[in-house]
Design a protein around this ligand. Structure first.
Ligand code: ADP
Ligand code: MG
Length: 205
């Protein structure tokens, strides 16, 4: 049964879209521990829209400011508490989407990767294919492995860039989980079809 973290090299790389595709394919529970920024569609709302068969769990923290959770919590006068960030107890598959990248602070003494290590789940790294991705992705993998977090593989988002994708998988000694092209329109139907056609579910188990 798949229980995984979906993290990424950065914010806006496509973690939510990938997590939605995965949650729909698995009919999984989806959990966003801390949502920073409540204007517009939240990640949980995007997953509910893009993954109609996912079960979207409530966030532990809903913070108003679209920035690092540690700062968003400070602005709202909220204390981020380890116990509230415990992994939800659910039966069946679970997809957890981290905020931003691997070393984003939830508190100054609690980075995203520290939480991942406590949860003891493997991580999928979502990476752009665009220029700059090699270093960002290898850095993310190193930071995860430094904390003994298993890296299931890298899921790429964007146009095919075989040189960058190949460099990452070989240098990082990491599985290539597939690549989602830019979808237009992006909706539950196009995402499910692209996910089934392009993502190596066999490597996730
Ligand atoms: N494969 C894709 N096709 C079309 N739009 C995409 C795709 N992946 C991501 N996007 C769009 O890019 C933006 C950032 O993606 P998102 O999944 O929210 O990133 P993250 O969760 O890493 O911040 C969103 O507006 C999302 O709809
Ligand atoms: Mg997101």
């Amino acid at each position: 049964m798949i229980r995984t973290i979906v993290t990424g090299t950065d914010t806006d790389v496509g973690k939510t879209v990938f997590a939605a595709g995965l949650s729909q394919a698995l009919k999984a529970s989806y959990w966003k521990p801390a949502q920073a920024g409540l204007d517009g569609e939240t990640d949980s709302q995007a997953v509910a829209r893009l993954a109609p068969e996912a079960r979207v769990l409530p966030e532990a923290y809903r913070l108003n400011t679209p920035c690092s959770p540690h700062e968003a919590a400070r602005v709202d006068g909220v204390a981020i508490d380890d116990a509230a960030l415990s992994l939800p107890q659910v039966d069946g598959p679970l997809v957890v989407e981290g905020a931003g990248g691997v070393l984003v602070p939830y508190r100054e003494d609690l980075l995203a990767a520290d939480l991942f290590a406590k949860w003891n789940l493997p991580a999928i790294v979502v990476a752009r294919t665009a220029l700059g991705t090699i270093s960002h992705t290898l850095l993310s993998i190193e930071a995860l492995r430094a904390r003994d977090i298993a890296v299931t593989g890298v899921a790429f988002m964007g146009d095919a860039e075989p040189v960058a994708e190949g460099a990452i998988t070989r240098i990082g000694q990491v599985a290539h989980l597939g690549r989602l092209p830019r979808l237009d329109p992006l909706d539950a139907g196009t995402l499910a079809a692209a996910f089934a056609a392009n993502i190596r579910m066999d490597l996730l188990a």
